[in-house]
Design a protein around this ligand. Sequence first.
Ligand code: B16
Ligand code: MG
Length: 212
Amino acid sequence: MRYENIIFDLDGVLVSTDEYHYQAWQKIADEEGIYFDRAINNRLRGVSRMESLDIILERAGKKYTQAEKEALAQRKNTYYQQLLGQLTSADTLKGVRETLLDLRQKDVHIAVGSSSKNTMRILKQVGLENAFDAIADGTEITKSKPDPEVFLLAAQKLGAKPETCLVVEDAAAGVNAGCNAGMPVAGIGEAAKSPRITYAIAEISDLLRIIA
Ligand code: B16
Ligand code: MG
């Protein structure tokens, strides 16, 4: 077996929550009269809530105080959580459920490594809360991707050395976090084009070929 451990990003890899993040940030930007589009939104993938807000405020016509920024981030999360209300098991990405079961049957240890503070709620809502051997998320870290903290924590929870863990990511910040953790990275979606990845995959089930 080439990899005994796989650490999955959540948003954009396991579940299609990325569209809800986009819609919630778009609402905030519209309310504040700040220009925002999908290209800017792509820079927010894998990045923490407050750092995402800082990227959006680059286009703002005024300076925001720390208290104002915290209120905006809180408001965005309220909008995001309202949208999460629609999330069902149908929102897990193609092949995820079957591939996770196959990996566990092959004794591959699997974990989640996500910047999101909403990770547990999302996993419960799509019925994947018991699908992993370990979960490391935004509630447990001080530095978000591209810092390696969340992936190193996931490896530690698995009791695994970083170099034995394969990271699966869809975003530049996450690919860099995996590389900074000393882990090989499989890139999916936009991340499949990153020069820093070890493997490009079109869908999650391609992992079964990589680990064989
Ligand atoms: P929250 P990931 C990331 O999740 C998202 O990609 C990113 O857009 C979001 O800002 C971040 O989580 C924080 O999310 O506001 O729910 O704490 O890709 O690391 O699974
Ligand atoms: Mg992601």
